[in-house]
Design a protein around this ligand. Structure first.
Ligand SMILES: [Zn+2]
Length: 189
């Protein structure tokens, strides 16, 4: 499946919004991504993750781990397509943990699953955790790769997306006088 079809699915499900956004970082952007909007449709989740599952086959993972919340459905759907186990880690007091009686068999070949990877910081935290527990992390899979090559990690993704962010003073949409929206809230300036 081509990236243009992926883009279309992201837009039609509302996962990729275009406009003028104030991000939690304080920066402004023209695009905003919310992967949960695709994953609410099981058929779309299956469709966007099919090319990712295809690439994962060659890696022959034994286990998929999706960090909560974003990674859970991604790991589950990839696990369904590959016919392998999918579990998740979750944050407890700010620290990533494996709970619920989940186990990492020694030497198991693990792929970490995310909905979107931007800095890969939390994925690397999960990698450390899983390796401390005796697993071998062999890859990182994601629907959207937003790293733009700024991170020294190989990501198997359905689509690579680069979203420009601006300081308020340099924001082209602000210069045009367009009102901005804070995603996740209904308030409009
Ligand atoms: Zn702006």
């Amino acid at each position: 499946m081509g990236e243009s079809i992926m883009l279309e699915i992201l837009k039609e499900t509302g996962a990729l919004l275009e406009g003028h956004f104030l991000l939690t970082s304080g920066k402004h952007s023209k695009e905003y991504v919310q992967c949960a909007k695709i994953l609410r449709y099981p058929d779309k989740a299956a469709q966007v993750l099919q090319p990712v599952a295809e690439q994962l086959k060659d890696l022959k993972p034994d286990l998929l781990v999706g960090p909560a919340m974003g990674g859970i459905i991604v790991a589950y759907e990839l696990g369904r397509q590959l016919g392998i186990e999918a579990i998740f880690t979750e944050r407890v007091d700010g620290k990533m943990e494996l709970r619920r009686g989940f186990e990492i068999p020694k030497g198991s070949r693990i792929v970490i699953c995310e909905d979107v990877v931007t800095t890969a910081k939390s994925s690397l935290e999960v990698k450390d955790l899983l390796e401390e527990m005796g697993g071998e992390v062999i890859g990182l899979a994601s629907i959207i790769d937003r790293t733009a090559g700024n991170v020294d990690v190989d990501i198997i993704s359905a689509i690579q997306l680069h979203i420009d962010t601006f300081d308020k003073e340099d924001c082209p949409m602000c210069k045009e006088g367009l009102p901005y929206v804070k995603p996740g809230s209904r308030k409009i300036k």
